[in-house]
Design a protein around this ligand. Sequence first.
Ligand SMILES: Cc1ncc(COP(=O)(O)O)c(C=O)c1O
Length: 308
Amino acid sequence: MQTDHQTTHDALEDPRNRDILIYVNGELKPRDEAKVSVYDSGFLLGDGMWEGLRLYDGVWAFFDEHMDRFFDSCKAVSLDVGLDRAGIFEALEMTRRANGMQTDVHCRLMLTRGVKVRPFQHPSLSRSGPTLVIILEHSKPVDRMAGPGIQLATVPQVRGLPMSQDPKYNSHSKLNCVIACLQAEQAGADEALMLDPHGFVNTTNACNFFIVRRGEVWTSTGDYCMNGVTRGKVIELCRRDGIPVFEKNFSLYETYGAEEAFLTGTFGAQTPVASIDGKPVGDGSRPVTRRIRELYKAEVAAYVAARR
Ligand SMILES: Cc1ncc(COP(=O)(O)O)c(C=O)c1O
């Protein structure tokens, strides 16, 4: 489906991505030959976990934080990774070296419960070990700070309660988020702003959400949303820099009146929001978002310099 919509994951076209090598269970396959079985638990049920990481100057940014989330998620659903953190690191590096990649690279690391003996739900039918796939793409995100930003629409689809499918799982099944995104698209926006079960503003379908009001930075309590690595970094950086930051409940009323709003995620770092439900956000000057973006860039640079 061809649309004019922007997404938070728009990257500049890079023809080198046609010829990448993809890691599939220890082997490197050309893109067109990289395949998993139709009996795979990920394909049949969305039964798997994934992480999005970025490579800056040969360094996997915030690797430990990503692995904390990944291993916690896998443990919680009894998904045996089959490798320790060092093993995952080596698999990333093997894929990186094979592709001759150094910087401006995005990684999607995916682990499923593996191939099933029959096409049904029971986890015991997955008997041959997990499926691990690593896709690395050359990826330079479109600079949204230079443009008007993303348009959000509030949607009927809400974030779930932790006792149904905890939104903290970065699971292959993202149907809740996909439905929200479709609703936003059908309302003429780029992406969805999702509420929590009590009606407070929570997060977007693919990123975490922040507003700036009267010089303060607000984000949700952290319940019902992905425990984003970038979200955590932004909160930490605000605290370190003396920018007042609060994790709290707030409603659309306060959101519509914000001077700035931005999204966070590994891919786009901080993405400014132009409008919410057709209402423009602030005057577009975004001084706090700009400051946080600078702090984040410096944090990534310091992280990379310490590990090179
Ligand atoms: C629903 C959702 N929210 C937020 C994020 C951002 O998380 P991070 O900052 O760790 O990339 C993601 C990324 O996977 C996500 O899927």
